[in-house]
Write a protein that binds this ligand. Structure first.
Ligand code: NAP
Length: 250
C-alpha cells in the first residue's frame, strides 16, 4: 500500500528522533523509525504511535553502512510507499577529550556515523523524490548542531566538524535539487535533554551549562521536533538550504 505522506526518521528510537516520529505520526504521516541496536526503545515508539491510531514501522539498520541503507529504503518502499520526507537524525558523539588525544579510529567512527550516513540516506531519498527520476518531490531535514558553529573545544571537535559537514551538505544538495521538487534544510539544536550527553561521559552536562544558555535551561526533544516538522510542512514552502538554530539563544 502506498501512503501519500511517508517519513523516514533515522535514529528514531530515542531522543529527538523519537519525538519527531511521534509528531509526524500525529500529523498523519506513515512513519518509519530506524535505529541501530536499541530494539526495545524503537518498539516502544512504534507501540505508542500505533496505540494512537498512527502507522509506524521500525527498521534496524546501521546507516553508516551502505547495504543497510539500501535495505532500509527498500523496506519502506515495500511496507509504506515512496518516502516523501527524510529526517537525517541518527548521530553519535564519543567521550569528551582534546584533539591531541584522538586517534584515527575514533575520528573515522564519528565521520562514518554522522556524515557518510547522511550522504547515503540523502542519495536514496533523492533517487525516489526527484522529478528528474520521475518522483513527486519531497523534503529532507538534516539534524546538524550548534556545535557546527561553536566547534566544541575541550569536548569533541571531531563531532563539531562532522556537523559542519552536514551544514555544507545541506547547502550543496539544496541547490543541486531545488528545481527537482525537493527542499533540503537543516536544524541546529543546542543543548537538548537526551541520552547523548551520557555518551560523552557527562550525563549532567545540561546542569553545568544551563546558566550560560540565555534561556537558562536545556531544550526538549519535542521543541526540536516542532522545528523539524515545520521544515517538512508546506508552511516553510519558501525555505531551502537554510539553517534553523534551536539553541536557547546560545
Ligand atoms: P540519542 O538520544 O543518543 O539517540 C540517537 C539515536 O540515533 C538512537 O536512536 C540511535 O539508535 C541512533 N543511531 C546512532 N547511530 C546510528 C547508526 N549508525 N545507525 C542507525 N541509528 C543510529 O541522540 P539525540 O540527542 O536524540 O540526537 C539526535 C541528533 O541530534 C544527532 O544527530 C545529534 O548529533 C543531534 N544533536 C543533539 C543534541 C543534544 O544536545 N542532544 C544537540 C545538537 C544536535 P539506538 O537507539 O539503536 O542506539
Amino acid at each position: 500500500m502506498n501512503h501519500p505522506n511517508v517519513a523516514i526518521i533515522t535514529g528514531g528510537g530515542r531522543g529527538i528522533g523519537a519525538a519527531t516520529a511521534k509528531l509526524f505520526a500525529r500529523h498523519g504521516y506513515a512513519v518509519c523509525i530506524n535505529y541501530k541496536s536499541n530494539t526495545k526503545a524503537a518498539s516502544h515508539v512504534v507501540q505508542e504511535i500505533t496505540a494512537q491510531g498512527g502507522q509506524c514501522i521500525a527498521v534496524q539498520a546501521d546507516v553508516s553502512l551502505e547495504a543497510d541503507v539500501l535495505r532500509l529504503f527498500a523496506t519502506v518502499d515495500q511496507q509504506l510507499g515512496t518516502v516523501s520526507a527524510l529526517v537525517n537524525n541518527a548521530g553519535i558523539l564519543q567521550t569528551q577529550m582534546r584533539l591531541e588525544e584522538m586517534n584515527a579510529d575514533r575520528i573515522n567512527t564519528i565521520l562514518t556515523n554522522n556524515v557518510t550516513s547522511y550522504f547515503l540516506c540523502c542519495r536514496e531519498a533523492v533517487k525516489r523524490m526527484s522529478t528528474r527520476h520521475g518522483g513527486q518531490g519531497g523534503v529532507i531535514i538534516n539534524v546538524s548542531s550548534g556545535a557546527a558553529r561553536s566547534g566544541s573545544p575541550h569536548e569533541y571537535i571531531d563531532y563539531a566538524a562532522s556537523k559542519g559537514a552536514i551544514d555544507t551538505l545541506t547547502k550543496g544538495l539544496s541547490l543541486e535539487v531545488s528545481a527537482e521538487g525537493i527542499r533540503v534544510n537543516c536544524v541546529r539544536p543546542g543543548v537538548i535533554d537526551t541520552d547523548m550527553h551520557a555518551d560523552g561521559g557527562e550525563p549532567g552536562r545540561i546542569e553545568r551549562l544551563k546558566n550560560v544558555i540565555p534561556l537558562q535551561r536545556g531544550g526538549l526533544p519535542e521543541e526540536v521536533a516542532e522545528a523539524i516538522y515545520w521544515l517538512a510542512s508546506e508552511k516553510s514552502s519558501f525555505s531551502t538550504g537554510n539553517y534553523l538554530d534551536l539553541t536557547g539563544g546560545l
